[in-house]
Design a protein around this ligand. Structure first.
Ligand code: ATP
Length: 210
């Protein structure tokens, strides 16, 4: 399995969020994470990403428990295992669309420009590769952020309200692209969203307010 979440329990001092929650994702599988505001979608994604200390239960990346890994080891594994997309694009304003897609390559000291361009082609933006984020529309920026998240061919893509800032047409296009690209790359996909109608064809995990 790409991801195993086993018996996960988590509480903040004021609120208990999960009690023995379990699910798994295999290669190229997708799951919609649904639930009202405050039900813990973002918290769950942070636990899966190893950005928040586990309290009870386990998270395994390709069979390997992350519960007792140090920060450095987690950060190293995350580079190849995980891609992230948020509600905001977080593109670097001074870099072109293509340079933003390649940014993790620059950091690692090896850049595959052709693959970056291919990803931009797949999200319909090859002709805009040279433009700065401010010259792109909101939907286009978010599609660049998707291409950037997939540049390393991660095993798992986590998307936290990726369509939260988009109109209906762009939201539908973004979700369709996430599903198609992840399936093609064998990347597992976990999407947290309020827009249930966008993910009706995906298996769902529904969180409730305690
Ligand atoms: N650092 C924190 N300390 C204490 N409580 C927190 C913390 N972060 C989140 N919470 C609380 O935990 C609950 C779940 O928050 P979370 O952001 O995970 O939910 P969500 O489903 O993603 O909500 P939304 O859809 O509004 O983003 C909320 O009641 C929130 O106030």
């Amino acid at each position: 399995m790409v991801l195993d979440v086993e018996n996960l329990s988590f509480a903040y001092p004021e609120v208990e969020l999960f009690d023995h929650l379990s699910f798994s994702l295999g290669e190229g599988e997708a799951l919609a994470l649904l639930g009202p505001s405050g039900s813990g979608k973002t918290t769950l994604l942070h636990l899966v990403a190893g950005l928040l200390q586990l309290q009870g239960g386990d998270v395994r990346w390709e069979g390997r428990s992350i519960a007792h890994l140090g920060e450095e080891e987690l950060a190293r594994l995350r580079l190849s295992y995980l891609g992230l997309v948020f509600q905001h694009h977080y593109l670097l304003a001074e870099l072109s669309a293509l340079e933003n897609v390649l940014v993790t390559g620059y950091l690692a000291g090896s850049v595959d420009r052709e693959w970056g361009l291919e990803l931009l082609r797949r999200v319909g933006l090859e002709a805009r590769a040279h433009l700065l984020p401010r010259a792109l529309s909101g939907g286009e920026r978010q599609r660049v952020a998707l291409a950037r998240a997939l540049y390393k061919r991660p095993r798992l893509l986590l998307a936290d309200e990726p369509t939260g800032s988009l109109d209906k047409r762009n939201a539908e296009r973004m979700v369709a692209l996430m599903k198609t690209l992840c399936r093609d790359l064998g990347t597992a996909l976990l999407i947290a969203t309020h827009d249930e109608h966008l993910v009706t064809d995906l298996p769902e995990l529904r969180l409730g307010v305690q």
